[in-house]
Design a protein around this ligand. Structure first.
Ligand SMILES: Cc1cc2nc3c(=O)[nH]c(=O)nc-3n(C[C@H](O)[C@H](O)[C@H](O)COP(=O)(O)OP(=O)(O)OC[C@H]3O[C@@H](n4cnc5c(N)ncnc54)[C@H](O)[C@@H]3O)c2cc1C
Ligand code: SF4
Length: 649
């Protein structure tokens, strides 16, 4: 495993920072005793941006100088020589700083340290103390891998009809449709190939192997975290399997933006094909203790309460809880188990650990892809057409690196920012148990009469989810928060945003995201926070807090109230490093539309400026769906690929 080398002063600083975040005590080890700094450096090494890796080294190199402590009121002593209380004061001064860069640095250090502390799923005394059983361990008799990726022994040139970059929801589906139409297909995937035998549920290893940048992607100022899968099967391998057909009002909205096909029977056909191929059903949605509590709350309030539909076959809630890191039962109907397998069985060739650098454009038409394998081999795939399905962060970067000219490229990024309202209950819920979720509510899904608002969802909660979405206000206080996990239930507030986001490409060719909430988005989030608190209260919570960076909380009937809760949220702020949202759904950055002026692709999915270059992933969405997007991405890719197959036959 690669790591980042630090000098002695920087290393001293890192050790002291990790131990301040997780000091241990009361029989629990401190972070350094668990090897947290080493694990954190391994996570940093997974960041492909050399400039950001260097920044970490520089920050740590400066951290232990007297100056930093003095500026933060710690006197003329180095950070590592201060007491825990004084070190906490310095870290909190960064958390609450007026400078967004400091808040972002604090949040990155907080998440990395705590993930490395709680994510070590081997024999970890910290997890044992909270009653959390840790990783599942390797499965007993996993099936052998059913796909054999191409092995490259040197620089390679291939020819085919269509080369597809990315193998997630969009790329996997497009591959199956095109191979099924008798076309010769090559799929290029930057991540590795992992199957049932590899899915042991370990959180730290799972993030490293299966997520983009080991789960550490964020906007440039840390205003929002972004989670995306990066492995064969992309996001569909790590996602929660919540399946929604594209809502009718979204279809009408997109049709009115120049994409009439979305509101046509052809799109219904693609939706039906996806629904069937990935086996969406509600029979597996057996309520867990979490679901029982959520349903009880929804019933008490008289709110909308619906059964979650999921793309699973043979999902078993009694052995599960860790969809987040791949399904060792093979129950999740990811593209790995469905479309990619179909494509492979139909003759498609699949390259893994291979990153596409650029699309080869000749006389205004896409004629192939240039890529590089993990071992450093140069790969050229010549083709009659190219499909970009690298996801809504990487597709605009790939297109920009390839010289695609479009004013709309990277603009119109749309997200579903998620915040969480947590409730600590008397009842032991063991919220990690059971399948991902069997319940959701659309009570406030339409707050403005145009289909924009909040969806309430909840998921199985291993420590990594709680620590990611909770405040750190001191080592001991945070330890208590984490140790209360067995009695904690979270309600996710998922916003359909109006978007003020953009994906630019940095000088190093990597995507750089800018994002801020609109005023309407903040209004919807505030109302969602209020609704989430109402729900958690109706579930019987004694202490209610939000995922803001400060302690935004109340204790129903004892201390504070809901109005004070919202006031505290406003006082904490909605900016970078304050509200701490994360988006699991990334959309719109190379969108389809009716005009070249404000879209990247025409209604058939082909880019306006380069012939034979198609986009088949979440970036093609004209706006956010407001529902979890996998089924829509697959259906749109299905329809686009059907059109492309027709053209090429
Ligand atoms: C933890 C999590 C839970 C989620 N839960 C749900 C859910 O329950 N329901 C739902 O509907 N949605 C869910 N989603 C969202 C859903 O999985 C994604 O929206 C969807 O997978 C995106 O599809 P995509 O085709 O746009 O990209 P992805 O599925 O992200 O696939 C893109 C692929 O391209 C590869 N790639 C990128 N750049 C390159 C390159 N240059 N060369 C080669 N390959 C490249 C990546 O490695 C990746 O594998 C979840 C997402 C996450 C992260
Ligand atoms: S919840 Fe079901 S689909 Fe998800 S990992 Fe567990 S068994 Fe697999």
């Amino acid at each position: 495993m690669s790591t980042v080398e630090l000098g002695p002063r920087a290393r001293r600083a890192l050790d002291a920072i990790c131990d301040t975040f997780a000091p241990g005590g009361e029989g629990l080890p401190a972070a350094t005793e668990l090897g947290v700094p080493e694990a954190l450096l391994e996570l940093v090494a997974r960041n492909p941006r050399a400039a950001e890796r260097k920044q970490v080294g520089q920050l740590l190199g400066l951290w232990d100088t007297r100056l930093i402590a003095a500026v933060a009121g710690g006197g003329l002593r180095s950070f590592s020589s201060l007491s825990q209380a004084d070190r906490e004061k310095i870290l909190l001064s960064w958390a609450d700083s007026r400078l967004p860069q400091r808040r972002a640095a604090f949040q990155a250090l907080r998440k990395g340290s705590l993930l490395a502390y709680y994510g070590r799923n081997g024999d970890n005394p910290v997890l044992r103390a909270m009653g959390y059983p840790g990783a599942l361990g390797p499965p007993e008799s996993p099936p052998p891998p059913s796909i054999a990726p191409l092995e490259l022994s040197g620089d390679t040139e291939l020819e085919c009809d269509v080369v597809i970059v990315g193998s997630g929801a969009g790329g996997g589906t497009a591959a199956a449709v095109l191979a099924g139409a008798g076309l010769d297909v090559v799929v290029i995937e930057a991540g590795g190939y992992y199957s049932e035998k590899d899915f042991d549920g370990d959180e730290l290893a799972g993030f490293s192997r299966l997520y983009m940048n080991a789960g550490g992607v964020a906007s440039h100022d840390g205003s929002i975290g972004l989670l995306a899968g990066s492995c064969l099967g992309g996001g569909t391998v790590v996602n929660y399997t919540f399946s929604f057909r594209t809502p009718e009002h979204v279809r009408r909205e997109w049709a009115s933006m120049g994409v009439p096909g979305i509101d046509s029977p052809a799109f219904d056909e693609s939706l039906d094909a996806v629904w069937e191929r990935i086996s969406v059903n509600e029979e597996h949605s057996i309520p867990s203790a979490r679901d029982d509590a959520v349903r009880r709350g929804l019933d008490r309030l008289g709110w909308d309460s619906q059964v979650m539909k999921r793309n699973v076959r043979g999902c078993r809630e009694e052995v599960c809880r860790l969809c987040h890191f791949g399904c060792q039962l093979g129950a999740k109907q990811s593209t790995l188990k469905t479309w990619l397998q179909d494509a492979y069985d139909g003759g498609a060739r699949i390259l893994v650990d291979t990153r596409a650098d650029r699309v080869l454009v000749e006389n205004g038409a896409a004629r192939g892809v240039e890529a590089r394998s993990g071992a450093g081999h140069r790969v050229i795939v010549r083709a009659r057409a190219v499909v970009s399905a690298a996801g809504a962060l990487q597709t605009p970067a790939l297109l920009a690196r390839s010289g695609v000219r479009s004013k709309a490229l990277g603009k119109h990024l749309r997200l579903h920012p998620v915040m969480v309202v947590w409730g600590q209950m008397d009842e032991e819920l063991r919220p990690w148990e059971g399948m991902l979720s069997a319940t959701f509510s659309d009570q406030h899904a339409d707050m403005d009469g145009n289909g924009y608002g909040i969806k309430y969802e909840h998921v199985a909660t291993p420590p990594s989810i709680l620590l990611t979405f909770s405040p750190w206000r001191g080592g001991r206080a945070h330890q208590e928060l984490m140790q209360a996990l067995p009695h904690t239930a979270g309600i996710g507030i998922l916003l359909r945003d109006h978007g003020r986001g953009e994906v630019r490409v940095g000088r190093d060719g990597e995507p750089v995201v800018r994002y801020a909430f609109t005023d309407e988005d903040i209004d919807h989030l505030r109302r969602g926070l209020w609704g989430g608190a109402q729900l958690v209260e109706a579930m019987g919570a004694r202490v209610i807090y939000s995922s803001h960076s400060k302690w935004v909380a109340y204790e129903p009937g004892r201390r504070g109230d809901r109005a004070g809760f919202i006031d505290a949220a406003d006082a904490c702020g909605w900016g970078a490093g304050q509200a701490q949202p994360i988006s699991f759904h990334i959309m719109g950055s190379a969108r389809m539309g009716g005009s070249e002026r404000d879209s990247v692709c025409d209604p058939s999915g082909q880019t306006w400026s380069v012939r034979d270059l198609y986009v088949c992933d979440g970036s093609a969405f004209p706006t956010a769906t407001g529902v979890n997007p996998m089924v829509t991405i697959e259906a749109l890719a299905h329809m686009t690929a059907r059109g492309l197959a027709e053209r090429l036959r």
